[in-house]
Design a protein around this ligand. Sequence first.
Ligand SMILES: [Fe+2]
Ligand SMILES: [Fe+2]
Length: 170
Amino acid sequence: MRKNRQRISKQTSNRRAVSNYGADILDSASHKSCAEYIQHGDTSIRQHTISVAYTAVALARKTHLKYDYQAIVRGALLHDYFLYDWHEPHHGLHGYTHASIALHNAAENFAISPIEADVIKKHMWPLNIAPPRYREAMIVTLADKICSTKEVFGKPVRNHQVQEILDEYQ
Ligand SMILES: [Fe+2]
Ligand SMILES: [Fe+2]
């Protein structure tokens, strides 16, 4: 399972890594529908998950370790794939339940590897007690917290590379 770990060549941008590994998800009608749901501030779930994928790839590369980058990108793009508006009052336990719902939806619509499943299922650690099993899940958990915090304070990770991904898969 871990044989897929590698480093990304210097010539490949973070944006290209996200586009290459996440193409089928980014191009799917269901992930595009996530643009209709707000995550934090004025950032949609679709924008949020692309920002998390981009940030997770950037963080992982800084560590100089080998990663399953496909799992990082696909897990990040699907980590909040719960497909409802969590601000509606009857989703009161959203913080605790949405990771499992996202994994259920992801497994129904896409081929999900065990590491990708761990990324999705564990991304709310430590709120959800079970810790990430793989370094890929730990990186996405960290990227999610960075992006979420910036979104809450009105400074989302939406640089030109994130915008290019949004433009490429309109
Ligand atoms: Fe989440
Ligand atoms: Fe998230």
